[in-house]
Structure formats: C-alpha cells, structure tokens
Design a protein around this ligand. Structure first.
Ligand code: URA
Length: 237
C-alpha cells in the first residue's frame, strides 16, 4: 500500500474519528516507528510503518469481513429509514464507513450474512457465474413429495416460468418438515418460491453456510465476529 495521511489511516479502521486522532496525537499517544507524532497529516504506509495508538499496536486491514447471525425482523441493507439493518448490528469496535451486506436475506430469514467494505470481493462471491453454494435450513408447513424433491434436484420451474438451476435438497426430519437446501443462485424469495412450486410454505428459513464456510455456532442471534483470511478463502471453495 502507498503512503497516506496518518489520521485518514487510523480513522479508516472505525475505532477512532479524525478528531480522536488529533486529540490522541496532542497528548503524545500516537507513535510511528517508536516516535510520538504531533502532525496527524504526516504520510505513513500502514503495511511498513509501525504505528501505535493509546499504547496499543495499531492493526491495519484495508478491508474488513464480518460474519453476522442475522435475527428476524432486520433488513439486509446498509441503511433503511425507520428499520433496523444488518449494518446497525455491527458493534462499534468492528464498525467502519462503507460497510454493506454481501447479498441479501429476507427480513424474516435468519442466519449467515457477510458484511464487508470490499466491493470487489462481494461482487466476486455474488456473481451468478461463480455459483457460490449457499446452504439453508427450511421449516415447511407440509412435506415435499418424492417427485417434487426430484424436480428440485433437476431444476424446478417457478410459477413465473423461471427455470431454477439444479438445487440440493435433503429431508432432515421424519415428519418431512425440516429440509436442508443448497442453492447456487439467489433470486428474490427463491426458496420460498421453490417451495410454493411444490405446494409447500416456508415457515422459517435459516442460512447456515456460504461456500465452504459455516455460520459459527457460537454466535448467538444478532452477534457478529470477524472472518479471518483462511475462512474467507473457504467462502469461495
Ligand atoms: N430464499 C428465500 O426465499 N429467502 C431468503 O432470504 C433466502 C433464500
């Protein structure tokens, strides 16, 4: 990375505003390569220079990737007047400007949402050409019959004539009401419409994985955590 203003770099990570940075520098609490700095506009390279803020090493990452266990009733958007969004659930220590959800879940769907500020990465994993597989657990109001399950696997045709790509479907419970569905595309209300095409209604829908990365079972509903580099690679696998 090339050199940029120190205050811009520190503020870009979300924890401190530019005015915090000014105050901290005035108090001698920011050092670059071991020396206290007073000029917040000095140019530094966060990948080469060693920066500390308030006595702690300053960890810089150009982009951030967050796993959220989305609760019901929250919209998959950055901002939505009068409604709570997935970005509103990002805690202050992970928050930075420019965050957005990479892909949408319906307001009443729960589970794995990836929140990032990396537009290129989001574009890559959402691209229909990439066919990144997403896994959902659906609770149905009535079981889907064998013939319909087979149609799911071959590529079901929705009421509007759209021909879905082949999808994975596995019945998980003896009553036939809990199913695991694996999709390689993400059309509007897709699973609900696929179930409807089989005469079934989705009562609850929960996303459990994106690509090869599973939602962390330790995350309670509404909780977030960072995704590390190894995990990020799994999403594309
Ligand atoms: N399919 C749906 O119907 N809704 C979602 O939120 C995701 C997939």
């Amino acid at each position: 990375m090339s050199q940029q203003r120190l205050d811009k770099i520190i503020a870009s990570q979300g924890k401190y505003s530019r005015s915090d940075v000014k105050r901290l520098a005035r108090n001698g609490e920011i050092t670059v390569n071991g020396k206290a700095v007073s000029d917040c506009g000095m140019k530094v390279d966060p990948e080469k220079d060693s920066i500390s803020v308030g006595g702690e090493a300053f960890g810089y990452s150009e982009f951030i990737y967050i796993m959220l266990n989305k609760p019901e009733g929250v919209v998959s958007a950055s901002r939505s007047p009068g409604e709570k969004t997935v970005v509103d659930l990002v805690p202050a220590e992970l928050y930075r400007d420019g965050l957005f959800p990479a892909g949408r879940l319906d307001k009443d769907t729960t589970g794995f949402v990836l929140i990032t500020d990396d537009g290129a990465f989001a574009h890559e994993i959402l691209s229909p050409k990439k066919h990144i597989e997403k896994t959902y657990i659906a609770q149905l109001d009535r079981p889907i019959g064998e013939a319909e399950l087979e149609k799911f696997r071959i590529g079901i045709t929705l009421a509007d004539g759209y021909e879905c790509l082949p999808a994975g479907i596995k019945v998980l419970t003896d009553d036939g009401l809990t199913v695991e569905i694996k999709l390689r595309e993400g059309k509007y209300h897709q699973i609900k419409r696929m179930a409807a095409a089989c005469g079934s209604h989705v009562n609850k829908l929960h996303r459990v994985s994106m690509g090869g990365l599973e939602l962390d079972k330790k995350l309670a509903s509404g909780e977030c955590r960072l995704i590390d580099g190894n995990e990020l690679a799994k999403i594309k696998s």
